[in-house]
Design a protein around this ligand. Sequence first.
Ligand SMILES: Cc1ncc(COP(=O)(O)O)c(C=O)c1O
Length: 395
Amino acid sequence: MTASFDAVIDRRNTNAVKYDKATLKAFFGEENLQPFWVADMEFKAPEPVLEALKKVVDHGIFGYSARPDSYYQAIIDWTRRRFDYEIEKEWIAYTPGIVPAVNYVLQAFCMPGDKVIIQQPVYYPFARSIINNGCQVLDNPLLYQEGRYEIDFEDLEEKAKDPMTTLMILCSPHNPVSRVWTREELTRIGEICLENDVMILADEIHNDVVFSGHRHTFFASISKAFEARTITCTAPSKTFNLAGMQASSIIIADAKIRERFNRVLERNSIGFQNPLSIAATEAAYRDGEAWLEALLEYLEGNIATMKDYLAEHLPEAVLVEPEGTYLAWIDLRAYETDGRLLEKTVVEKGGVALDGGTWFGPSGDGFLRFNFACSRSMLLEGLEGIKKGVMALKG
Ligand SMILES: Cc1ncc(COP(=O)(O)O)c(C=O)c1O
């Protein structure tokens, strides 16, 4: 099973953003880079997904399409089987991506000037969406202690108390620090938010990519009270490498919140979904589980390879223990404290494109985010690139 993950698939000239020369040039100033940035994988989607897509293509008609009951059932069954959480068809709304959903939530529930809590370093489109919708970013910075990230609950309490705070965007599991929040941590977040009447948007896009020894808890599954104040965002995008299909499930149990959210979708005419994405999503959730298990095993092998490589070649680098997501967060401050210089040198001397730590907020300075969802041979090329860049700094 692992053999297919070892295959190197040439993605150049396939319209992949990650490899697109103009995009690389715009972000990194160079176009001939080996890419480890954009969060998609170098692997083909599961065979049942490919078969479902071929069936639609062979039929040859791509007209307006409706989601069948079996589509919803596949999502409901997956959520029950993998997370022990029971959801209902009526709770599930479709949006063409989670970032769009974040924007719709801001439009539905926040007034311009409202404050929205995020936990930096965090997926940077959150801050952009908050600002684009006229709201204010209220950072509850994560605490970095001995190579591990924790939540500063005292600070969170302070920020939730602010009367202007209406929403918290929770990244669970967390990109880029790779934490899979425990049930206890999530419970405390929920209690603080509920006490202060702060709604929660739980972005759980990475919830299926969780490594041995860790378990993802659906935030809304913790209690009926949490469920009633939560909008959960999930998608097959990260799990099955289907990001380009742009299919997300926005799960809302509370009827009033749902109605308000759906009204924004209505105002923007969001509803129809393309026939390929309907087929891919249903097939992935219904028949993709064995593939996912094999993927997780392969990714754990990549984590072991990264650890060995760094221990041997960059012993002062700290790989923040990956608990979930296929994005490694590497602390290189022992080699260089100027984050921008580090990022520039890794590009120019290492020939690799990685998300710079500074992209995720000021606390990301001196870190790099490394996408390790690739073949082992490509992984080693990436690590070599990082080493070359860091060595150039030292030399
Ligand atoms: C936490 C998080 N949310 C959302 C997204 C992107 O979601 P979408 O492509 O569905 O807008 C990503 C992609 O990396 C992510 O890491």
